[in-house]
Design a protein around this ligand. Structure first.
Ligand SMILES: Nc1ncnc2c1ncn2[C@@H]1O[C@H](COP(=O)(O)OP(=O)(O)OP(=O)(O)O)[C@@H](O)[C@H]1O
Length: 670
């Protein structure tokens, strides 16, 4: 059994690579949702609060007041119960409904050690009952909704559960029998696939919430989640319910999964913090924590730059087992919610602030979501495929438009030769400097003439001297301006050069998009042709059927005619009584006759042995008529054929005597 989001393994689901899945332009980009939950104070019962916590109506709630730490989807105060958390996940985040609508849904806890992650998702009741266990409540709601769907729409469900633990880079099956639970499992990664599979992971088929409850209690006992309270946990626990919905009425198959992940603490472990953990284990734990942060930082950075498709090679997810397993919920086809837990103790303030800061980074990530709906039959599959192609084309067109707009605005901004739009600041500057240059040239001419006058020995009066000084000053001023302008022109030229390069890049991307569009169009055309061919074939089969029906009608009429003639013949030979006895055993009798296909033309009705029977072929009393594989007469007067096999020559039948035989078998009289 494999772990993963892939729909692989189902007979009906197309084996699409998950890499394609996250590159798929039909996928909707959905931000990861963040639900923050404050834990009640553990260590400071006197009520000293960290700066980001506020006491409002006896409730400690989180508000950092800084945008980089905030903008979360929901903040739950320290007084809230697990039932409140369940309501938030179910009603506000619609975690369960999304699964029924064929979306993969994932809930992941995140926070420092002892911040209440396990308590929030898997804990609650000290007596071991599951009524405050959020995971159980979500699964229970899913089963309730499934019941409704079954009753209202007749949808058939098959559900299976997977559970495993990632501890110090090793994976352990939580549903495996006690004897093999110590055996670690291997990750399996197919080329070009986004998600990793876990080889030999067991899965339990569950038909009711009671089945799930049994497994959850069993797992809780094994992992001792409740008793982790005083010891920092070293493992990450994964639960996954995979749901397959089949609806014959709308001919759809829906595949989705609800995955719950309880991560270990995201704060770095030190020897002082965790005296019970050996140094080599501390190292491994910290490697996992850093790897997760690294992946989140890189993906979030790409998102900030608005890159739709992050090159898989640039995401450092291979650094740990955990990041390999979390890659799909982080960037793939999953509606993901992070449950960010933070302590409200002053001593943990630094860790809590770091957690909230990371939550802000995670908030920027968007996953590539689309419903996993497939057709049960070829026709429905084609319709869905066609619709997906149309959406794809539409999305490509709007992307091309968006890129063209970006390109045009860049051209307008920097080229300075925009048509119709306002002049760019650089071209205005150039015009200004041209006018100044002209004035300068005029002043130079004036200067030259003044100097010439002086050179001619004529006296230069004071007024002229003043004017020369003015011109010289202005000249100096203008020449420095010219230098300045020239360097600004150089700079502009350089910028233009860079922009041209960028535009070239955009043009290249345009070209790639256009190519992709052309490819898609040809795919759509090919599929349209396929549909057309199928329709033509269908029409041909229908007309063939009509033809067969026509033949049957003619044959029935012929048989009736033959029957009448035979009756007349028998009347002629043995009188009225024998005729009625023959009628009782006639060809139209409901059973006991053999009719076998023969070659058309060899035995026509007019020239057949029936119209001029030889002594051997006279109708015996127990003569049988059957229709071989064609059909059997069920009434006295009519011959109603069963559906016909394509290619069988139905317009060629011969009635022979005796038990059902092949046409070559010699006729025997009884
Ligand atoms: N909302 C809450 N109400 C009551 N007790 C809580 C709450 N949140 C946490 N606790 C208590 O705080 C302690 C630590 O919680 P928990 O084990 O869930 O932390 P954690 O974040 O999962 O830690 P680790 O990372 O080590 O697994 C437990 O004793 C738990 O019962």
């Amino acid at each position: 059994m494999y772990w993963g989001y892939s729909s692989k393994g189902s007979l009906f689901a197309p084996s699409e690579s998950a890499h394609d899945e996250y590159m798929d332009i039909t996928a909707e980009r959905k931000p990861i949702r963040i639900v923050v939950r404050a834990a009640p104070q553990r260590l400071e019962p006197k009520g000293k609060l960290p700066a980001f916590c506020h006491l409002v109506d006896q409730e400690i709630t989180v508000n950092t007041g800084k945008p980089e730490y905030s903008s979360f989807d929901k903040v739950l105060g320290a007084n809230t119960t697990n039932k409140d958390l369940y309501d938030c996940l179910n009603d506000d985040m619609e975690v369960v409904q999304n699964v029924l609508d064929a979306f993969n849904s994932t809930v992941i806890t995140y926070g420092a050690a002892f911040s209440g992650k396990s308590y929030s998702l898997l804990g609650g009741n000290a007596d071991g009952s599951l009524e405050q266990n959020t995971t159980y409540l979500l699964f229970k709601e899913l089963f309730a909704k499934i019941e409704e769907e079954l009753k209202e729409k007749g949808t058939k469900f098959s559900i299976k559960l997977n559970a495993f633990e990632v501890s110090l880079e090793k994976i352990y099956d939580l549903l495996a029998p006690e004897s093999s639970k110590k055996k670690s499992l291997k990750l399996h990664h197919e080329d070009n696939k986004l998600e990793y599979n876990i080889k030999d992971l067991s899965s339990a088929v569950v038909t009711s919430i009671d089945d799930v409850a049994k497994h959850l209690s069993d797992i809780s006992r094994r992992t001792q989640i409740e008793s982790r309270a005083k010891r920092r946990s070293r493992s990450h626990v994964f639960f996954k319910l995979s749901i397959e919905q089949r609806n014959v009425a709308d001919e759809t198959l829906k595949l989705s999964a609800l995955t719950i992940v309880d991560l270990a603490g995201c704060d770095l472990v030190t020897k002082e913090k965790a005296k019970h953990i050996p140094s080599d284990e501390i190292k491994k734990l910290n490697t996992e924590t850093k790897a997760f942060k690294h992946v989140v930082d890189v993906v979030s950075e790409y998102e900030t730059k608005q890159h739709r498709n992050i090159p898989e090679s640039s995401i450092p997810y291979r650094e740990s087992t955990l990041t390999k397993l979390l890659l799909s919920p982080l960037i793939g086809n999953s509606l993901t919610t992070f449950l960010v837990c933070c302590s409200t103790d002053r001593i943990d303030e630094k860790d809590s602030m770091k957690t909230l800061l990371s939550a802000g980074v995670i908030r920027r990530i968007r996953t590539n979501v689309r419903p996993n709906v497939f057709g049960l039959h070829q026709k429905k599959k084609m319709t869905l495929f066609y619709e997906a192609m149309k959406t794809k084309e539409q999305n490509y067109l709007s992307r091309i438009q968006q890129l063209e707009q970006e390109r045009d605005s860049m051209r307008d901004k920097y080229s300075g030769n925009s048509q119709g739009s306002a002049q760019s600041p650089i071209s205005t500057e150039l015009k200004k400097s041209e006018a100044e240059n002209k004035a300068l040239i005029e002043q130079l001419a004036l200067l030259r003439s003044a100097l010439q006058n002086g050179g001619d020995g004529k006296s230069v009066d004071a007024q002229q001297t003043g004017s020369i000084m003015d011109i010289t000053n202005s000249l100096i001023e203008k020449s420095s301006k010219v230098v300045e302008l020239q360097s600004s022109i150089e700079e502009t030229k350089h910028m233009n050069f860079i922009l041209k390069g960028k535009l070239k890049g955009i043009d290249g991307r345009d070209k790639a998009l256009e190519d992709m569009n052309t490819k898609l169009m040809s795919q759509i055309k090919a599929h349209e042709k396929m549909i057309q061919d199928l329709l033509t074939a269908n029409a041909a089969i229908e007309s063939e059927l009509d033809h067969f029906k026509e033949i049957n009608k003619i044959r029935t009429e012929k048989l009736q005619l033959m029957e009448e003639r035979m009756s007349k013949l028998n009347l002629g030979s043995s009188g009225q009584d024998s005729a009625s006895s023959i009628r009782n055993n006639s060809l139209s009798a409901s059973s006991g006759h053999t009719m076998v296909p023969i070659d058309e033309g060899k035995v026509g009705f007019g020239g057949s042995s029936w119209s001029n029977p030889s002594p051997k072929t006279t109708v015996p009393r127990n003569r049988q008529v059957s229709v071989g594989s064609i059909g059997q007469s069920s009434t006295e007067d009519g011959f109603v054929p069963r559906p016909l096999k394509k290619g069988l020559k139905l317009n060629s039948v011969r009635v022979v005597s005796g038990p059902a035989t092949s046409p070559n078998r010699p006729h025997t009289n009884s």
